[in-house]
Design a protein around this ligand. Structure first.
Ligand SMILES: *Cc1c(COP(=O)(O)O)cnc(C)c1O
Length: 504
């Protein structure tokens, strides 16, 4: 299995090279040369454990990794200790059996957001990939985060050999729980720093460091290189393909689907388009999917794109109660459009250039037809999201976080508009306790109190226990409290690396 870039089909990289490099030099994203159809494996795969299935699927795509290397990565990443049970995901019915709705809970990992599913294993893939490159360089992972990615990356990279990680977040721009999660992070190779400014300032600061030749030189002298943990890395996308297959097989085992040709719908609360793209790849590999339901919040650039074929980021940016989806440029859409345009790198490069320079592009008629036949797009305002949380709790006895609620709401609208009663898998991406400040008021409690009091109140009202990782935060002492100006981000990185590697 080889990999090429969406913008340069002439490239031919091994899996380990695509993972170690992350992003292609000309700006494109790495994609497999072909997606094998695995339908013939279904009969063998249907009774595998999550870990066994993961090893099978990784074995296909990471074919320059040995079976033992893949086994080690999987068994260290998805442990019962870290994910609260042998199976790292939970699949629960929403409503009665006749509703045909299944919630796929992806947040039982160490940081209570779905990003753990990929970020627990990416660091291990990266270490193996780097060991195959023949040099002994150490990866310095730089992350700009609006909350969930930072903590999940810290937990994933903590004490992983030959790596260190620096996470920047906007001062005052993350929830109290998210801040506390990062400030209390353990591990010898981790550093966390707040930046005065908003998320855009922080992200721009990180991009400037990545593209700064002096910084690159500096790192090389220290025998290090920069790498990124964000969702454009193939090593972060691939682990997400596994849970769609696993869920399908689980529905079959439960009798919710009667044979393995039966189609399902998949609804995903979407930001950078990584999670829903993994579902699309599973479908390309033979998973029977009728419709992908792409759910957004008020930042509804994808809803508009799916209904018009015009992607336009020139619009107001809203801060919503589902902050992990507050995004106007969904990077992984590039991979979808590459596939649906018939792998037309030339057109794709034009569209991406137009996005960078003018802030918008329009796909051709053929690509648009493909997008709109496979995808349904919709969005929920914060008010709608709050009333979905309340309604889902009162009528279905299910406590959803704000992101999951957006997916439930958009799916319900789809079902109502179309009358489609195909069984649906709704991705649940965060624990409701990560966003108590929005979930509690949605249930009718507007009292003013601190984050941890809100968590306790929410437990009382809902009868659902908060994850211990979140409750324990209150007792942990903070290790990181540095706040810097954005101009000082490069210096901060240099000081951190020097402290670790010594001066040259
Ligand atoms: C990151 C995130 C999303 C968006 O996922 P993408 O793969 O970026 O589309 C949705 N919900 C939560 C809770 C997240 O952390």
């Amino acid at each position: 299995m080889f990999y090429k870039s969406t913008r340069n089909p002439a490239l031919r990289l091994k899996a380990s090279e695509a993972i170690a490099q992350g992003l292609s030099d000309e700006g494109g994203l790495f994609v497999p040369m072909n997606l094998p159809n695995v339908k013939a494996n279904f009969a063998d795969w249907v009774n595998l454990s999550y870990q066994e299935l993961a090893e099978e699927i990784f074995g296909i795509f990471l074919d320059d990794f040995t079976q033992a290397e893949i086994h080690d990565c999987v068994s260290q990443a998805y442990t019962a200790e870290k994910f609260g049970g042998k199976t790292p995901v939970k699949i629960v019915p929403l409503g009665s059996k006749d509703d045909h709705k299944w919630i796929l809970e992806l947040w039982h990992g160490p940081t209570c957001a779905f990003k753990d599913m990929a970020l627990q294993i990416l660091p291990r893939f990266l270490t193996v990939a780097q060991s195959k490159s023949g040099d002994d360089k150490e990866a310095v992972i730089l992350v700009a985060t609006s909350g969930d990615t930072g903590k999940a990356a810290l937990e994933g990279f903590k004490d992983v050999s030959s790596t260190s990680i620096v996470v920047f977040y906007p001062d005052g721009g993350v929830s109290q729980v998210q801040k506390k999660q990062m400030a209390t992070q353990e591990g010898e190779n981790v550093t966390v720093c707040a930046v005065k400014g908003n998320f855009d300032d922080t992200q721009t600061g990180v991009k400037l460091i990545f593209n700064n030749p002096e910084m690159k030189d500096f790192l090389e002298k220290k025998n290090c290189f920069f790498s990124s943990a964000n969702s454009i890395n193939w090593g972060r996308l691939l682990p997400q393909v596994v849970y769609y297959f696993y869920t399908y097989f689980e529905l079959y085992r439960k009798g919710a689907i009667s044979d393995m040709n039966q189609e399902v719908n998949i609804a995903v609360p979407t930001g950078n388009f990584g999670n829903i793209l993994a579902a699309f790849y599973a479908n390309q590999m033979g998973l029977p999917v009728k419709k992908f339901i792409c759910a957004s919040n008020a930042n509804n650039v994808l809803t508009d794109f799916i209904s018009t074929g015009v992607y336009n980021r020139n619009r107001d940016f809203y801060t919503t109660t589902s902050p992990s989806m507050d995004i106007l440029v969904s990077s992984n859409l590039e991979r979808l459009l590459y596939s649906l345009s018939g792998e037309n790198s030339e057109k794709l490069t034009e569209w991406m250039d137009a996005l960078r320079t003018a802030g918008n592009y329009t796909v051709d008629g053929h690509t648009f037809k493909e997008v709109s036949s496979k995808f349904y797009g919709g969005f929920c305002t914060d008010e709608e999201t709050a009333s979905i949380i309340k309604n889902t709790f009162e009528t279905k006895d299910y406590l959803a976080d704000t992101h999951t609620a957006v997916a439930i709401g958009v799916y319900d609208r789809y079902a109502e508009e179309t009358g489609d009663s195909t069984p649906v898998i709704i991705a649940s991406t965060a624990s409701p306790y990560k966003f108590s400040e929005s979930v509690l008021p949605a249930l009718g409690n507007q009292e003013n109190m601190d984050e941890f009091a809100k968590i306790k109140k929410l437990e009382e009202i809902s009868g659902v226990a908060a994850p211990t990782q979140i409750k324990e935060l209150e007792k942990l002492s903070e290790r990181f409290n540095t706040v810097i100006d954005k101009e000082n981000m490069p210096d901060f990185v240099c000081e951190t690396v020097t402290a670790k590697k010594g001066t040259v």
